[in-house]
Design a protein around this ligand. Structure first.
Ligand code: UDP
Length: 275
């Protein structure tokens, strides 16, 4: 089944696509600025067995306004969720609401619980600081009661595609036999890494670029209480806890999204990459 949805802002989202394996229907695609999100519930997303997902949040939207390489791979993701409560409210105001916010860090624990008794599902974790993914692996496997996490690797922060280190990482993922791959290398970088390398991992059916999820699973970073997230203040929680690491993103970069969205609301937004 294919489906064509025009995106007035650009050509991202306008290409025909098939229903991702496991989903009963192709989710409705909602344009926002020069990309899109899918209107999909958590329960439906958990049934997706093959493909790559992305979880759109404000930091990514801002990067997608100037990072051409990131923009160019957007269409390679089979499902894109609305990861941010701010974006969820903004889409409602734009009268393009989606049914719910589906964040990567909410999704992943539900994913391993859903497939706890399905031995065909195994996961490899890439990213986070040394030791963190190993701790997440031990904690998750203990919760699930089997070796669902079959391997981890924390690449050096400056590792690059096309290097022997990247080849070794891919060999390790392939040798693990993992059928799902969680990549946490920071927004933009993790999606590009998946788009550039997924064809080299034939066993992997599901690609999950899920940012800080490994840190949360290892309890290395504390999650805010749900009510903080629900009122759209997760950014403020993170800023207060890690001001040095976060101030630039939350104080300088992310507020840039507001004028973009205002222009979109009045039909004045221009995709910087449309020809
Ligand atoms: N990370 C990594 N290698 C990198 C950059 C980031 O392993 O080169 C990890 C980082 O340790 C963290 C995760 O990626 O576990 C998400 O990073 P961050 O919170 O900065 O990004 P976000 O997901 O919030 O965009």
């Amino acid at each position: 089944m294919t489906d064509i949805v025009a995106n007035p802002a650009g050509d991202q989202g306008a290409t025909p696509r098939s229903t991702p394996v496991g989903l009963a229907v192709t989710p409705r695609r909602v344009p926002v600025l020069n990309v899109y999100v899918d209107d999909i519930s958590m329960d439906d997303l958990l049934e997706m067995r093959e493909g790559a997902m992305a979880t759109l949040h404000v930091d990514m939207i801002v990067k997608l306004q100037h990072d051409r390489e990131f923009y160019d791979i957007w269409n390679t993701f089979d499902v894109v969720t609305c990861d941010s409560q701010f974006l969820y409210f903004a889409l409602k105001l734009l009268r393009r609401g989606v049914c719910m916010r589906v964040s990567g860090s909410d999704y992943f624990p539900k994913f391993y619980t859903r497939y706890a008794n399905d031995p065909s599902v195994t996961v490899f974790l890439v990213g986070a600081a040394p030791g963190i993914a190993e701790k997440a692996r031990a904690d998750i496997n203990a919760k699930v009661g089997r070796e669902i996490i079959v391997g981890t690797n924390a690449p050096a922060f400056d590792f690059r595609d096309g290097t022997p280190a990247n080849d070794a990482l891919i060999d390790e993922i392939n040798a693990s036999g993992a059928t799902s791959l969680l990549v946490a290398l920071g927004a933009g970088r993790q999606e590009k890494w998946i788009a550039n390398n997924r064809h080299r991992m034939p066993n992997v059916k599901l690609f999950l670029p899920l940012g800080g999820t490994i840190d949360y699973e290892a309890d290395a970073v504390k999650r805010p209480p749900a009510f903080i997230t629900n009122i759209g203040l997760e950014w403020f929680w993170r800023l207060v806890r890690e001001p040095k690491r976060r101030w630039r993103r939350y104080v300088i970069e992310e507020p840039k999204v507001i004028p973009y969205l205002v222009r979109d609301a009045f039909g004045k937004y221009r995709n910087p990459f449309s020809t």
